[in-house]
Design a protein around this ligand. Structure first.
Ligand SMILES: NC(=O)N[C@@H](CC(=O)O)C(=O)O
Ligand SMILES: [Zn+2]
Ligand SMILES: [Zn+2]
Length: 429
């Protein structure tokens, strides 16, 4: 038994916003109330001044297992997640082999369970080998527990192929998560196309390369009725397209990453920092402002990290040959707290929506509420802790962070997953 005492509980799903005690028995919440007496033998967490929220859920991470375990494994990725306050992560299928069968889904779930840190929720590929040519074993993957479908890393280039995927996935009440990129426009691009790419002499990845595919996928959503989730949206016009689709009542949702909310292309300079290279690229200050507005006003639904670990030797090279991607699990919540919540731009209620409630809805995961009977997947947050982003902060295998050196305020101190206290006072159990 675990009793969390005196935390400020925030749960917009049931209108909770005040100081409460929460008692956990086994894998579920047993009681929520004022001044609960600690039962014999219960572990007690004194949580005065902290916030308790339904477990943070990141529906876009890359754990690289199977096939690229030198970058990250399900175990090390789970450690990074728990350390960042996440109770659930959805893993992208661009592994080797690609997760495109029921067996692939089963493997990741079993491995996640064996690690026993966070809930690992595999995303199945839309097409075999993510090649965009033939349908993957979608029915089998649903039966084994796939939470969504995506060919992340690539856009599905053929509209006809994506239409078939969406027709199929719709029957299982799952969403298709689309990495929106028209390859013929972005093929050699590495940074946003514009003034900065010209000055640095790096090939450009134009905003239109993303927006054209977002527009196309919204039309396919209209055609098929399948739930469409737009991955890592990075441009103002992209957010505008989502806003318009929602106004029409289409089943469209979208996610945004901390690096696209808080960093822009102006940071790129003659140091050619490869930890500022990710897909899609950092955009203009006007784009980041529009994304911040979108995540606060409800246009964008989820904050995700797109946690994309790469080994040091892969990133310590010329900008042109470095792989795309940055890690994010340990810094996501601190960045949101520092930049949006503590500045008053985003309420705690909205933070819980974009980091827990909405991601769980998109990935069709059981809702977690701070009430009796709900799964005991909870995150305890100290909004006042100061931290600096240094290599030591990272609990996964890699620290290819775009935020190295940043000074932030607020982080998760404790993570409870299925009633297990996996992060205790900022330390992994
Ligand atoms: N985002 C990235 O820059 N990289 C991702 C792939 C992806 O999300 O597109 C990766 O797997 O490394
Ligand atoms: Zn992607
Ligand atoms: Zn990704």
């Amino acid at each position: 038994m675990l009793l969390i005492k005196g935390a400020h509980v925030v749960d917009p799903q049931i209108g909770l916003d005040g100081v409460m005690d929460v008692l956990i028995e086994g894998e579920r919440i047993a009681r929520v109330g004022e001044r609960i007496k600690a039962p014999e033998g219960a572990e007690v967490i004194e949580a005065d001044g902290k916030y308790l929220v339904p477990g943070l859920t990141d529906i876009h991470v890359h754990f690289r297992d199977p096939g690229f375990e030198y970058k990250e494994t399900i175990e090390t990725g789970s450690a990074a997640a728990a350390a960042g306050g996440f109770t659930d992560v959805a893993t992208m299928p661009n592994t080797d082999p690609v997760v495109d069968t029921g067996e692939g889904i089963r493997y990741q779930i079993a491995k996640g369970d064996a690690c026993g840190l966070v809930h690992v929720r595999p995303i199945g590929a839309c097409t075999r080998g993510e090649k965009g040519e033939a349908l993957a074993e979608i029915g089998d993957m649903v039966a084994e527990g796939a939470c969504m479908f995506s060919d992340d890393g690539h856009g599905v280039q053929s509209a006809g192929m994506l239409r078939t995927v969406m027709d199929y996935v719709r029957q299982f009440d799952r969403a298709v998560a689309c990495h929106c990129e028209v390859k013929s426009l972005t093929e050699h691009g590495m940074v946003n196309e514009g003034r900065v790419s010209t000055r640095l002499g790096i090939a450009g990845w134009p905003a239109a390369g993303e927006e054209i595919e977002i527009a196309r996928d919204i039309e396919l959503c209209r055609l098929t009725g399948c739930a469409l989730h737009i991955c890592h949206i990075s441009t103002a016009r992209g957010a505008e397209l989502v806003r318009a689709a929602k106004a029409e009542g289409l089943p469209v949702t979208a996610e945004v990453c901390p690096h696209h909310l808080f960093l822009d292309e102006e940071l790129l300079d003659e140091t050619y920092n490869t930890n500022l290279k990710m897909n899609p690229p950092l955009r203009t200050p006007a784009d980041t402002a529009a994304l911040r507005e979108g995540i606060c006003d409800g246009t964008l639904d989820c904050v995700v990290t797109d946690h994309a670990p790469h080994a040091l030797h892969e990133k310590e090279c010329e900008f042109e040959i470095a792989p795309f991607g940055v890690v994010g699990l340990e810094t996501s919540l601190p960045l949101m707290l520092t930049n949006l919540v503590s500045t008053g731009k985003m309420s705690w209620q909205r933070l819980v929506e974009v980091m827990c409630v909405n991601p769980r809805k998109v990935a069709r995961l059981e809702a977690v509420k701070v009430e009796a009977g709900s799964p005991a997947d909870l995150t305890l947050i100290d909004p006042a802790i100061e931290l600096e982003v240094t290599p030591e902060l990272f609990c996964g295998k890699q620290h290819n962070s775009a935020f190295m050196g940043a000074k932030l305020t607020g982080r998760a101190t404790d993570t409870v997953v299925a009633g297990k206290h996996v992060l205790k006072d900022c330390k992994l159990a």
